[in-house]
Ligand binder design. Structure first.
Ligand SMILES: Cc1ncc(C[n+]2csc(CCOP(=O)(O)OP(=O)(O)O)c2C)c(N)n1
Ligand SMILES: [Mg+2]
Length: 791
């Protein structure tokens, strides 16, 4: 016999499971009634999540996926009101705290930031990092969330940060579907956490399918725990604890998670809980029905082994409660879910209707004057479940009709359109970047100071001095990546700093770019200040997906609920060979909106950017010049303090005939070509943009163009890459087109990657002679007499 207290807990769990199930069933219906666009639900996964929630404590973090509604309800970080609000895409933060209507349903997140954008006392909160849709993409971040506990426990310097951690006692809980474990990221993350020995508790919800594709196609031997058995820790070495439990067996699940928690939290050993025999009562999502691809036998098995049904049988068998009593619980759960659904739908519509009502009154007055507008009003009034855009379309249609006509409500209609545009901008487009006072855009310039006897040192030593100061100044700062620890990175920017600050601050990692970035995201979410290194720019491709899908849109997708001020450091542009000389800046600019992208031309500028970023809460990518580490630069006296502001280009050389806009390693190439042009009497103004995102915030470049009336954009990317972006910024955004006397010119690398060898580089990338030839030709076009033919 179980105690009365235990019985009450079990019944409460049963009630929650039933409420969550009813919410799933209703959710699907709402989609089919056209009240929501898409639905994906946690039915069939309820019991395991309730068991997991029992061991999830304050300070813990979750990185999971769309099946976890029951878990979120169980830890009290989501209500059914929130659940339905997200299904309808309710744009109020209070209604859908996870994403303010930006994420489709089943994408969970807690608000870790306060109104000002400052991290709350997360050591006292139950935290969920914000879900994303790409399968397994929660895994890289999970590694970092778990790794933070290791740092908080073992680095004494972090013990005072009690708002962030209770000395590393926090577990990072991950969840993933069985089929998603087929992704490379899953295996990379599993290996990384095993190597790192971090408190990561990863649960695999195994329903034997990934949409329609069964386990035989997904997993060797059809079982993730079987094939990961080699990770099991034993006398031969550290590794994982691997536990298996049935998704319909409440008792077994509760004890599995109790065991898993203890090992993970106390020993900092990663644990894999493979929850097998799970079901999908409603199939994968609202996009289709599973009857199409599951056999009759499988469907019958799923009905029989439905976890709620099994829990009910168990409760009755154990004499914990009677069938009648459970019937009542089920009925009440149904009623609760329905009531909350109806309330949520009403609230969702209220805001929309308020705006629409205002417009309807204006349109009625306009119709009184112009009966032709009646149709527009009728269409709006007859729309079933109108959305915001229905009203906007009606208002704009009316205003189009009223072009050139007098109407006594015209001004108010225009006002309505303008006001709702501002509000919708906030609803759908705010928080691409930090909107807090620590935004990187608010960090003002502090000039470098050079004493008369300032040392001339290798570029790498400038960086090293900068990093040493950062590590000294703030115990939350740490750096890691391939070869970053022992040898202080392949170009020695961290040389000797591991010896000085210890292995927890300056650390080697395995070769795993994607999870290096994920490690950084997780650490930054937990309040640390990581500098994650990707060894070469060409290998950023391995991490570009996670940067794009996770980091770059974190603030946006939570509407300011979470931030991860991660600095990603890499080096590139120019060395030699197909995989060591790329400069895929267009790719980066196109995929990383939401991050800042900094392209310093030398190491002093780079150091200034690191100092700026470490004062801010925006994530950024810094690309250092691969060929700049051994070039001599003057070491500023205030190497740890000076800052370079973002979005402020620097004029490297003044001139009158043509403006040349460039960045990074190309600054030197351009300057060489320009020296020759000047000899021929062509006066060039050379501008280093310094940061591509943000781009020239104060429109310095167009001022130059006003003077020269000719503009060239030069870089090492492919044609139409970052030069096209810069051209769009200057000609369109800065309205530079008005000042052009010649066609705008781009000088870029070739469409192929750079061939090996110095000649390969010379013939694949812009060189000083090409700069001369192209700009000379541009000038010759306008003044053939002044500039006779060269060849
Ligand atoms: C990278 C990527 N590829 C494909 C998809 C489309 N997709 C969404 S869920 C899913 C199946 C996932 O199955 P599983 O991991 O077993 O989770 P389950 O839905 O069964 O719980 C697929 C293929 C996606 N979201 N992301
Ligand atoms: Mg599955």
């Amino acid at each position: 016999m179980v105690s009365a207290k235990k019985a009450a807990e079990i019944l409460a769990d049963y009630r929650l499971a039933c409420e969550s199930r009813e919410a799933s069933l209703l959710g699907r219906k709402e989609v089919f009634m056209g009240k929501a666009k898409f639905g994906i639900f946690g039915d069939g996964k309820e019991l395991a999540q309730i068991a997991m929630a029992k061991v999830f404590r304050k300070g813990d973090h979750r990185a999971g996926y769309y099946r976890d509604q029951t878990f979120m309800l169980a830890i009290g970080e989501m209500t059914l009101h929130h659940y339905f609000a997200q299904l309808y895409a309710h744009t109020d933060v209070e209604a859908d705290p996870a994403s303010a209507g930006r994420l489709m349903n089943g994408h969970f997140a807690t608000r870790m930031l306060d109104e000002k954008g400052e991290l709350k006392n997360i050591a006292q909160l139950k935290n969920s990092s914000a879900d994303i849709s790409p399968t397994a993409a929660q895994m890289p971040r999970l590694v970092g969330l778990a790794y933070a506990s290791k740092l908080f426990r073992n680095n004494q310097g972090l013990h005072p940060y009690t708002d962030l951690s209770n000395q590393g006692n926090e577990i990072a809980f991950g969840t993933i579907g069985n089929a998603s474990t087929s992704e490379g990221m899953f295996f990379e993350a599993i290996n990384a956490a095993g190597v790192l020995q971090v408190p990561m508790l990863i649960s695999v919800w195994d329903d034997e399918y990934g949409i329609s594709v069964p386990k035989e196609y997904q997993t060797t031997k059809g079982s993730i725990s079987k094939i990961l058995a080699g990770f099991q820790r034993n006398k031969d070495g550290k590794g994982y604890e691997i536990i298996t439990a049935c998704g319909w067996n409440y008792e077994e699940l509760c004890s599995a998670y109790e065991k898993a928690e203890k090992i993970c939290r106390e020993e900092h050993v990663p644990v894999l809980v493979h929850v097998v025999e799970m079901t999908q009562p409603q199939g994968h999502s609202t996009s289709g029905s599973h009857e199409r691809y599951k056999s009759k036998e499988r469907l019958a098995w799923e009905t029989e082994f439905d976890c709620i049904r099994k829990m009910r049988e168990w409760i009755i068998n154990q004499n914990i409660s009677s069938a009648d009593e459970l019937d009542d619980v089920e009925k009440a759960a149904k009623a609760t879910a329905k009531r909350i659904k109806d309330q949520s739908w009403k609230r969702f519509n209220e805001g929309i209707q308020r705006d629409q009502q205002e417009l309807v009154i204006l349109l009625e007055q306009a119709v009184a004057q112009y009966s032709e507008l009646k149709n527009i009003l009728d269409v709006l009034n007859k729309t079933i479940n109108p959305l915001r855009y229905d009203a906007i379309k009606a208002a704009k249609a009316a205003l189009r009709f009223l072009i050139g006509k007098e109407c006594n409500v015209k001004d108010r209609l225009i006002e309505w359109v303008k006001r709702t545009a501002v509000e919708n901008e906030d609803r759908y487009s705010s928080h691409l970047h930090s909107q807090s006072e620590w935004s990187a855009l608010n960090v003002s310039a502090i000039a470098p100071i050079y004493s008369d006897n300032a040392m001339l040192v290798d570029g790498r030593e400038v960086l090293r001095a900068c990093f040493a100061e950062a590590l000294q100044r703030d115990p939350r700062v740490l750096a890691f990546g391939e070869d970053v620890g022992r040898i202080g990175d392949v170009n020695q920017g961290f040389a000797g700093l591991q010896e000085k600050f210890g292995e927890l601050r300056v650390t080697d990692t395995g070769i795993r770019e994607c999870t290096i970035v994920g490690q950084g995201i997780g650490l930054a979410l937990r309040g640390l200040r990581p500098i994650a290194e990707v060894q070469y720019l060409d290998y950023l491709l391995y991490a570009i997906q996670i940067l794009s899908d996770d980091l770059a849109n974190l603030q946006y997708r939570t509407k300011g609920g979470q931030k991860a001020p991660l600095i990603v450091r890499t080096r590139g542009h120019r060395l030699e060979g197909v995989w060591h000389a790329g400069s895929p800046m267009g790719m980066i600019l196109h995929s990383l909106r939401g991050m800042f992208v900094l392209v310093p031309r030398n190491m002093v500028q780079a150091a200034g950017f690191y100092n700026t970023l470490l004062k801010s809460d925006d994530p950024a990518l810094i690309i250092e010049c691969l060929n700049g580490y051994r070039l001599k630069e003057k070491l500023p006296d205030n190497i740890g303090e000076f800052t370079v502001p973002l979005g402020v280009p620097e004029i490297l050389k003044e001139g009158n005939d043509v403006t040349i806009v460039t960045y990074g390693s190309m600054c030197r190439v351009v300057m060489e070509g320009v020296a020759e042009l000047e000899e021929k009497g062509i006066s060039c103004e050379v501008i280093d943009v310094q940061t591509l995102l943000p781009f020239d915030r104060y429109h310095i470049i167009v001022e130059s163009l006003k003077k020269t009336n000719r503009i060239v954009f030069a870089d090492e990317d492919v044609p139409g890459g970052a030069t096209a972006f810069m051209m769009q910024q200057v000609l369109e955004v800065q309205k530079g087109y008005q000042y052009l006397d010649s066609k705008p010119l781009t000088i870029t690398g070739k469409e192929h990657r750079p061939a090996y060898g110095s000649d390969g580089d010379y013939f694949s990338k812009p060189n000083p002679e090409e700069i001369f030839d192209q700009i000379y030709a541009l000038m010759r076009e306008t003044s053939p007499e002044r500039f006779p033919e060269v060849y």
